[in-house]
Design a protein around this ligand. Structure first.
Ligand code: E4P
Length: 218
C-alpha cells in the first residue's frame, strides 16, 4: 500500500516526506493554480522541485486534449525527471495517448476515472496507474469506495498490472475504506494520512506509562 500526497504545495510535500512514509505526489492543474504556479517554464520547474523533495513518483498532468498535443506534452514532462509519471485524462484521445506513451516506456496515470469500464480501457492501454475519484463520486451520492473495490477485483481477475490509485481521497475514513478495498495507492491531503495515527487508547496508554514512570523517577 503506497501513500501519495495530493498537493503542489512544497511545504506540505516536505512535511509529508519528513514523516518517512511518503511514496509519491499527485498534482493536477487546479492544485498547481492553487499554488499560483503559472507559465510553462515555471510549471516545469515546479515539477522538478517536487521531484527533488520526494523519493517517489510525481504525477504531472497534460493540458492538451488532442492526441498530438498530449503526446508532445507527455514527452516533455517525462523528460523533466525520471520520477515523473504523465497524467492523462480518461478520454478517447487520452486512452490513445496512454497506449502510445506506455509503448515508449513512459509511465502514465490515467485520471478522471469514474467507472470500471474506463479503468478497463486504461489498463488495456498499459496505464501504470488508474485514478478513480472517490470523493467526487461521494459528492454526487454514489459510492466511491465501491468503485475502488470493483477495479481492484477486475485487475486481479484479469491479471492487469495497472495499480489502483484511489484519488479524491478527502479524509481518514476514506483512507481506511481504501485500505479495506485493496487499493494499491491512495492520494490525499496530509491530514488524511496523519489522521490514521489517532486513537484515544494510544493517548491514554502513553499518559499512563509516563505517569507511572514519573511516580518513581520524578
Ligand atoms: C488526484 O489525482 C486528483 O486530481 C485529486 O485527488 C482530485 O481530488 P478532489 O476531488 O478533492 O479535487
Amino acid at each position: 500500500m503506497k501513500f501519495f500526497i495530493d498537493t503542489a504545495n512544497l511545504d506540505q510535500i516536505k512535511e509529508a516526506q519528513d514523516l518517512g512514509i511518503l511514496d509519491g505526489v499527485t498534482t493536477n492543474p487546479s492544485l498547481m493554480a492553487k499554488e499560483g504556479i503559472k507559465g510553462a517554464e515555471n510549471i516545469k520547474k515546479h515539477y522538478v522541485d517536487i521531484c527533488e523533495i520526494v523519493d517517489g513518483d510525481v504525477s504531472a498532468e497534460v493540458i492538451a486534449t488532442d492526441f498530438d498535443g498530449m503526446i508532445s506534452e507527455g514527452l516533455e514532462l517525462a523528460a523533466l525527471h525520471n520520477q515523473i509519471v504523465v497524467k492523462v485524462p480518461c478520454t478517447k484521445n487520452g486512452i490513445k495517448a496512454v497506449k502510445y506513451l506506455s509503448t515508449k516506456g513512459i509511465r502514465t496515470n490515467c485520471t478522471l476515472i469514474f467507472s470500471v469500464g474506463q479503468a478497463l480501457l486504461a489498463a488495456k492501454a498499459g496505464a501504470t496507474y488508474v485514478s478513480p475519484f472517490v470523493g467526487r463520486l461521494d459528492d454526487i451520492c454514489t459510492d466511491g469506495i465501491d468503485l475502488i473495490r470493483q477495479i481492484v477485483d477486475m485487475n486481479s481477475y484479469y491479471g492487469f498490472e495497472t495499480q489502483v490509485l484511489a484519488a479524491s481521497v478527502r479524509h481518514t475514513m476514506h483512507m481506511v475504506q481504501c485500505i479495506e478495498a485493496g487499493a494499491d495507492v491512495t492520494t490525499s491531503p496530509l491530514n488524511a494520512i496523519t489522521g490514521l495515527l489517532n486513537h484515544p487508547l494510544t493517548d491514554k496508554g502513553l499518559a499512563q506509562f509516563l505517569a507511572d514512570y514519573n511516580k518513581l523517577n520524578g
